[in-house]
Ligand binder design. Sequence first.
Ligand code: KG4
Ligand code: ZN
Length: 347
Amino acid sequence: MIVLGIETSCDETAAAVVSEQGIKSNLVYSQLDEHQPYGGVVPEIAARTHVEYLDTLIAQAMDEAAITFRHLDGIAATAGPGLIGGLMVGLTMAKSIAVVHSLPLIAVNHLEAHALTPRLTSEVKFPYLLLLVSGGHCQFLIVSEVGQYRLLGTTIDDAPGEAFDKVARMVGLGYPGGPAIEAAAAHGDADHYRLPRPLKGRPGCDFSFSGLKTAVSRVVARGEVPKDNIPDLCASFQEAVADIMVDRLRNAALIYKQTVGAGTLVVAGGVAANSVLRSRLEAKADEMGLLFAVPPRALCTDNAAMVAWTGIERLRLDMSDNLDVSPRARWPLDPNAGKTVNSGIKT
Ligand code: KG4
Ligand code: ZN
């Protein structure tokens, strides 16, 4: 089985060809220059930039994979959650290709694409415990099957990626903040600044990051962060995020183990690219008796290989979508959760 994937839900324009044997091509155009002057993602500019680059990227992805549309078994595009203009661009492109070449269409949930990525690169069996951490989301879910998710906890305010991005902006490190903070933190002292760990020690596995973000902004506003101490602030902030995640993981792992017994912790989404968070979470998973899986760093942040892979997982189960499927700005993985889940839109 071989599938073309398209990702246009935020500020990455991406196309990839993936087969059951692995990734044939995986191209990402990051719209950093387009949004940089505005200090954040501008939805209208994102949509226009997807229009400008998507067809070339698809052609390149097909070339690199050395196939034509006739070789495809399906076409998968992100249909939500995300910025509606961009989603319309990618999904409409996928529908056109599906019609012209009589291919099944798979309208992919971006969060499911992050959630299933570890199965593209390693043997991860259902049901697994998923920590999904990105620019717009922070959730613990039990993934029982393709399309079957149970939400255990989510953020009650910001997502961690958003906090990384805002803290980076406060100290002039630019966007996206996660990689910049991680690099600066590598030569900083994590004990230099005392920062809060919201919800630490509380029952349940919800998250909160806004108090941490505010604490950082106060330290900066008080002039306590001269240029030489920026690495210390980054390290202290990153350590606080790690402590919060490890604390919440303890409770989530207990619920998971009570529900399904032993298994695997999977960490996915852009923030899962962070090596400090990866190793702290791996150590905690080990302590809790869980196996650990995380995608390679390049597959943590937004890409189309994860979308194509989700297409393969769904096609194998005979799951495809009608051509009248609509993009969705909001699309929670667990529709029964009864909680408001963030839209996936970065600010
Ligand atoms: O999954 P993703 O590419 O897009 C969304 O679906 O949101 O995640 C992007 C987020 C950004 O907030 C970015 O700062 C964060 O992931 N990120 C990181 C790292 N690399 C990307 N956060 C911490 N450490 C990193 N190395
Ligand atoms: Zn994402």
